[in-house]
Design a protein around this ligand. Structure first.
Ligand code: PMP
Length: 299
């Protein structure tokens, strides 16, 4: 895997309607999106040539834009086609796809009136986020920063501004030797991690927090569907961090993380076991199905 910086690679990106050479895909430093985080994005994964649940990601991108009070000037069909075109142009069948929409340079003040909306899409090889043995279990710390209440931020948009909290928390966790951090919400309840949703096995059942102030991930929803197909009991509820002491298994679900076991959160230890393994295997199988089969499986 190449470790070159992202601005020093070759290939193709899609920018405002056409494929452009990777090195030429630039924006001006005086862009509203950069200064005021008026940007929304997606993180998608392609497996064997198919972007997993592409239309759901595209819909969320469009919806995130609407929550941020802008319309992306491309239809869902056009965005889907552009994502596929970027993969193809870079000779990728497996990898990560990153669409991002942002407000342009027409003005640089808090007011965003009159700014044009841009869309860029990149794709690159990206093996497993937490290493290849996802059953081994990662070690996580506990973040100091909390997910804000829905009245204070557009918490259901995949909006760049919200990643300030996640990025600070991930950086701190890594400085402390952890792979990631569990984040609480404004009430002190368990929310998610810096870039994935979280599941717990308690008394043999699957429990996961209600996504009322953070992203209801596409992987999360896929895992819930798979669990139900396996006759597992899935309980979406408010989860107190004190419950970690009676939790037996923990795993993460997200596009980057896929399904990844967790073996430690702060002072708590867990042993990845049958439920994590079943859902990980089922998810790994699901992502290789055709888009039609995926749609049927998660319906
Ligand atoms: N929460 C956050 C903060 C994320 O960044 C992500 C990744 N998009 C998720 C949850 C999981 O969402 P998804 O499964 O749709 O990738």
């Amino acid at each position: 895997m190449t470790l070159l910086p992202f601005d020093d690679r070759d290939g193709w990106l899609w920018l405002d309607g056409s494929l452009v050479p990777w090195r030429d895909a630039k924006l001006h430093v005086l862009s509203h999106g950069l200064h005021y985080a008026s940007a929304v994005f997606e993180g998608e994964r392609a497996y064997a040539g198919n972007i997993f649940r592409l239309r759901d990601h595209t819909q969320r991108l469009i919806n995130s834009g609407r929550i941020m009070n802008f319309d992306i000037p491309w239809t869902a069909d056009e965005i889907d086609a552009a994502c596929n075109a970027v993969l193809k142009a870079n000779n990728l069948t497996d990898g990560y796809v990153r669409p991002i929409a942002w407000r342009g340079s027409e003005q640089l003040a808090v007011s965003a009136t009159g700014t044009s909306i841009h869309l860029a899409i990149g794709a690159w090889p990206w093996p497993s986020y937490f290493g290849t043995n996802r059953m081994q279990g990662i070690r996580m710390g506990e973040a100091k920063w909390r997910r804000p209440p829905p009245e204070t931020a557009p918490v259901h948009a995949k909006a760049s501004g919200l990643y300030m909290i996640g990025s600070l928390s991930k950086l701190k966790a890594e400085q402390e030797g952890y792979a990631d951090a569990m984040m609480l919400d404004w009430r002190g309840l368990v929310a998610e991690t810096t870039s994935a949703n979280i599941f717990f096995v308690i008394d043999g059942d699957l429990h996961t927090p209600v996504p009322d102030c953070f992203l209801d991930g596409i992987t999360r929803r896929s895992v819930i569907a798979l669990a139900k197909r396996n006759q597992m009991k899935v309980i979406e509820r408010q989860i107190n961090p004190t419950e970690l002491s009676r939790t037996t298994e923990v795993f993460l679900a997200g596009t980057a993380a896929e399904v990844t076991a967790v073996r430690e959160i702060g002072p708590h230890q867990f042993t990845p076991n049958r439920i994590t393994e079943t859902l990980m295997k089922d998810f790994d199988h699901l992502v290789l199905q055709s888009p039609q089969e995926v749609a049927r499986a998660v319906a």
